[in-house]
Design a protein. Structure first.
Length: 701
């Protein structure tokens, strides 16, 4: 039994509460049992552990071994300078660890905590009395007020709603308003219209609800647990350095033992052989590789920050260079997220018809123009701008409102205009058109004929094919949303970013596949994809319903297509796509901005959060786009590829020079000549003459 599909009386019974709320004693008991209403950061590393981890990766462990051998040699046979060698190696490890830690610490501190999304105070009812509670103290069974402008503090079953409309964008990534109702709802909890989720914003109206989930038991908490369950994979460079380090360590130890045995056969003393073995290890282990890799990644992260990409982890800089697939959303990433009216269609181009369309655009609208700034939903802001450009002011009084609903896909307001009451409606063509019986033709109201319908639908499809979001405007003089009079169509465009097309062409030339994942309709998505050169021919288009019916094996085959678009998708679908792409051997970068994007962002090889997105998405991602721009992703990948290749170059350079350093020790062992190089001189070569030329590779971009 779900909390959304039971009547209100059953809700009170299930949660063991009443219309008077909980008693204070019962609230304390539940607080003790359920814990505070807050999102805990599961398994989050402390800064101490983050710092200590810089000393424990494999390459650092090799250097620790070399340092310990040097100290041990100095303890048993002082006066050979081994103590200085040991301290020199330890200094290298500490400096590198400090530098890497500072870079990651600064990035961590740049991200706000998830709990800042939730409000601090809430009005509630306990023991029949209204009181103000700290959000942390809420428990299941509490009755709370939902008020315009406030954030929902926990998962709530709505019991009263008066024009109550919320925005679930922090949770779903979609900014469409949702009208809530106390009526029972069938189906999935997440899609129910009688549930207000923690983190949602109340856009308008007010109401009351019963808390049924708090803290980690909310949808927020569930996503947090899912995000933490995602296992991170090492980057290609991390795997390569780990393999190289282990190989070097094994070879160094084996060669050291081999020449230690040779020395004994040649009747050299134990200390001569022991010093020789340590010299071999020091000669073969590239001490300069660790600080050089760290410095290269740090410099790369600084360059990316200058290009509007904030890097949270140094390893992400290199991982960018290995990306083979980018899963991107559309709004704000490929487009500018600036809706504007692009086209208007009227049944008859008269001044009277156009004036009525402008009135509907202005009055059937909740956007505001305050202090020379527009505030509100991007679509409504675009309509208000359009109306204000045509008329300075419209005298009218709003009497009531039927809010936009995701199922109805329309909004209606009852207004008094010049002494007449009119119900003004705007909405999706498929939901408003069936309500229209007449057409405004200048000053006349003509019956809506089949020929007019055909003409309108041809225009509608043409607008969609041009990438426009289309709204139908109508009004009624009697009962709202009955016997309506059609006024016209308005096509709105979210224009593509001008630099995106070139960025996409760069990706294609670099054999990087781009997959568009959007909640938009297929026609609109395809139009934008063609405009920015994301697709050329007829791509494979998979809509949400078809996607959910597909089995993994079938979807994997589809993902092999050269051009593919996913439409009418939800953020949670991204995780499945990312997992299947990785199973196909792809290195995946994924963009996201909502709370539900967090698991996909963390699972991806590179999670890229939008700077304007939720803090949850930013926490889960490795890179944050400060300008929300797809072109910045491509710039970052170019930087990452250059860094990856250059790191490989100077690793090869280090290994080449270290083999040469081994030759004097071989001559010393076999030819019984004095050591041409001391151990300290070899260390000086590794950290001095090797380090600076190695860093020079970084500038060959």
């Amino acid at each position: 039994m779900r909390i959304n599909d039971v009547p209100l009386e059953e809700v009170f019974r299930l949660l063991k509460t009443s219309e008077k709320g909980l008693s204070l004693s019962e609230a304390l008991k539940r607080l003790s049992y359920f814990g505070y209403n807050e999102i805990r950061e599961i398994r989050k590393r402390s800064f101490l552990l983050m710092f200590l981890s810089q000393f424990t990766h494999f390459l650092a462990l090799i250097l620790w071994l070399a340092a310990l051998l040097a100290f041990f040699s100095d303890f048993l046979h002082p006066g050979e300078g081994m103590r200085h060698l040991g301290w020199a190696i330890v200094t290298v490890i500490i400096i590198n660890a400090l530098f890497a830690f500072v870079q990651e610490y600064k990035a961590e501190r740049a991200i706000e905590k998830l709990k800042l999304l939730l409000p601090s105070k809430v009005r509630a009812i306990r023991e029949g009395r209204e009181m103000e509670l700290h959000v942390r103290e809420l428990v299941p069974g509490d009755l709370i007020f939902l008020e315009e402008g406030a954030k929902v503090p926990a998962d709530v079953r709505v019991i009263e709603a008066y024009g109550l409309v919320v925005n679930n964008a922090p949770l779903t990534g979609e900014s469409l308003p949702v009208s809530l109702t106390p009526e029972l709802q069938k189906g999935e909890l997440f899609n129910s219209k009688n549930i207000a989720f923690a983190g949602a914003t109340v856009l308008s109206g007010h109401g009351k609800g019963v808390v049924f989930a708090t803290g980690m038991h909310t949808e927020f908490g569930r996503i947090a647990r899912l995000t933490e369950a995602v296992q991170l994979e090492p980057t290609p460079l991390q795997r390569e350095i780990s393999y190289t380090s282990k190989s070097i360590a094994l070879i160094a130890i084996l060669i050291g033992l081999f020449f230690f045995i040779i020395g004994n056969l040649l009747k050299r003393t134990f200390w001569e052989n022991f010093t020789f073995a340590i010299g071999v290890i020091v000669a073969l282990v590239p001490e300069g590789m660790l600080p050089t890799v760290t410095l290269s990644l740090a410099l790369g992260s600084q360059r990316l920050a200058q290009r509007k990409a904030l890097v949270k982890k140094l390893s992400a800089v290199e991982a960018l260079g290995s990306v083979t697939v980018i899963c991107t959303d559309k709004t704000g990433t490929l487009t500018q997220n600036k809706m504007e009216v692009k086209r208007v269609w009227l049944p008859e181009s008269s001044e009277e018809t156009f004036k009525m369309l402008v009135k509907i655009a202005c009055l059937c609208n909740n956007a505001l123009f305050v202090n020379d700034q527009y505030k509100g939903d991007p679509t409504e802001v675009a309509l208000l701008k359009f109306a204000r450009q045509k008329v300075s002011k419209i005298e009218a009084q709003r009497l009531s409102e039927i809010p936009f609903d995701a199922e109805r896909k329309r909004m209606t307001v009852l207004c008094e205009i010049e002494g007449k009451r009119l119900a003004l409606t705007k909405g999706a063509v498929e939901t408003v058109l069936p309500l229209c019986t007449h057409v405004l033709y200048g000053k006349e109201k003509l019956p809506f004929t089949e020929a007019m319908r055909k003409d309108l639908m041809e225009t509608y499809y043409a607008m969609m094919d041009a990438g426009l979001r289309v709204l139908l405007f109508a009004y009624s003089e009697e009962t709202p949303e009955e016997n309506m009079i059609l006024v016209g169509l308005v096509g709105l465009e979210d224009p593509p970013r001008p630099e995106v097309k070139e960025a996409i062409l760069k990706c294609k030339s670099a054999n990087i596949k781009i997959i568009l994942i959007t909640g938009d309709a297929s026609r609109t998505a395809l139009s934008i994809a063609r405009e920015v050169s994301l697709v050329k021919g007829d791509p494979l288009i998979i809509e949400g319903e078809e996607f959910h019916r597909m089995k993994d094996a079938e979807l994997k085959e589809k993902l092999k297509e050269k051009e593919i678009l996913f439409t009418r998708m939800t953020p949670k679908d991204k995780l499945r796509i990312v997992i299947l792409l990785q199973e196909l051997g792809e290195r995946v970068a994924v963009t996201g901005d909502g709370v539900n994007d967090a698991p996909a962002l963390k699972k991806a090889d590179i999670g890229i959060a939008m700077g304007s997105g939720t803090e949850v998405a930013k926490e889960a991602a490795e890179i944050i786009l400060l300008d929300d721009n797809f072109a910045t992703i491509v710039t970052a990948i170019e930087e990452g590829r250059a860094i990856y290749e250059n790191i490989r170059k100077f690793i090869s350079y280090f290994l080449t020079s270290n083999v040469a350093e081994l030759l004097p020790f071989i001559a010393y062992a076999l030819l019984k000549i004095p050591l041409p190089l001391t151990i300290m001189q070899i260390l000086a070569i590794d950290l001095g003459t090797d380090l600076l030329p190695g860093l020079a590779f970084l500038h060959i971009l």
